[in-house]
Design a protein around this ligand. Structure first.
Ligand code: AOF
Ligand code: ZN
Length: 347
């Protein structure tokens, strides 16, 4: 049996929960016959607070179904392997422990083996899921496509391993290196890149701006052009300058304001204590420069408009792109992406 094929499938299934499971990880599960390799059932974690991937998968045995809605045969007499991209949980959270469910159903379903992509760094689990399965006599294989599994859940990993949210910085700049003008709104993005920004908002639990951006652009910072929830808005407003009537306080989402203590380390630890696993920082220059200076960030996305010159204005932050960088054309603009966190995958 090629374990990697099945873990890859778990990752695909897990992705179906993207935009809906945060701050939980994205998890997919596949139950297959060990000898024939035939898939018996598939499942994934659909939404925060709902059934885990293993529960979803095992509930489908004999009834359905693979992801495409096809009925699968279930020959109960054959030994089976359960694949999951994340270690099955061992704790009582919003749902009961998956490890216990697997153990409870192992005789009936002939589950002889569990193959795990990456371990769960949540201190409530952290290896106990694997241990419980092993103690019950189930063979456990770990670390299959571990890098890919950790990459998919890099935000979740960051929260539990670094005790801070995963930080994504994003800005758009003109051909001559300005991100805007101090007194008026300058449009650097295009219609497609705007949608990509909304996708980024959907991927991250929170979105942050400084007071200057909130006052100059008066943005709502919602996710209106992509699936998923609106991000929690975070405003850094040291001098209490942004009035309650501004769009950042509109009713569609929650807004957290930092004014007394706006030090980056403090803001990050406070966001982590609220269970926020990721934050997208959209500006302005002061906030971005301060963060770049601390070195505490994970991804940077810079959109460059090659046809727009301002000659004067707010200088874009200076960023030395490292080895990991990707270039994407978005109509006439170019998006440069840089990842510097420990789970980045070098191509
Ligand atoms: C799994 N399978 O599909 C997921 C897991 O509050 P709960 O009960 O939803 O538990 C959330 C925690 O469970 C989460 O922080 C992570 O450690 C684990 N997620 N575990 O076995 C899953 N989503
Ligand atoms: Zn679970």
């Amino acid at each position: 049996m090629d374990y990697e094929i099945y873990i890859r499938r778990c990752l695909e299934l897990a992705k179906a929960g993207e935009y809906y499971v945060a701050p939980n990880p994205m998890v997919g599960a596949v139950l297959a016959e060990s000898t024939t390799g035939r898939v018996v059932a598939e499942g994934w974690h659909h939404r925060f607070g709902e059934a885990h991937a293993e529960v979803d998968c095992l509930s489908k045995v004999g009834t359905i179904v693979n992801h495409a809605g096809m009925k699968c045969d279930n020959n109960t007499s054959l030994p089976k392997t359960l694949f999951v991209n994340l270690e099955p949980c061992s704790h009582w959270g919003k749902t009961p422990p998956c490890a216990d469910l697997i153990i409870r159903r192992r005789e009936e379903l002939k589950i002889e083996r569990v193959v795990v992509g990456s371990l769960d760094p949540n201190p409530e689990v952290a290896g106990r899921g694997v241990r419980r399965l092993q103690e019950a006599g189930i063979e456990v294989v770990t670390g299959v496509l571990e890098k890919e599994c950790r990459y998919l859940n890099r935000r979740f990993m960051c929260l539990h391993e670094e005790h801070r949210p995963y930080v994504v910085l994003k800005w758009a700049q003109t051909a001559d290196g300005y991100i805007g003008s101090p007194d008026r709104r300058v449009v650097i993005s295009n219609s497609v890149s705007k949608q990509i920004v909304h996708k980024m908002r959907a991927e991250n639990m929170a979105i942050m701006v400084g007071a200057n951006t909130a006052l100059t652009d008066n943005p709502k910072l919602l996710n209106t052009h992509w699936s998923g929830r609106n991000p929690i808005r975070v405003l850094l407003d040291h001098r209490h300058r942004v009035p309650e009537s501004y769009n950042i306080f509109s009713g569609e989402s929650e807004t957290i304001v930092y004014s007394d203590d706006t030090r980056w380390e403090y803001v990050l630890s406070d966001l982590a204590s609220r269970g926020i696993h990721s934050v997208l920082v959209e500006g302005g220059a002061t906030v971005l420069n301060n963060i770049l200076e601390t070195g505490i960030y994970d991804e940077v996305h810079v959109e460059v408009n090659p046809n727009l010159y301002l000659n004067d204005g707010i200088k874009a932050p200076a960023l030395q792109f490292g080895a990991l960088f990707e270039r994407t054309k978005i109509l006439k603009n170019t998006l440069y992406t840089y990842e510097k966190h420990k789970n980045a995958i070098v191509n």
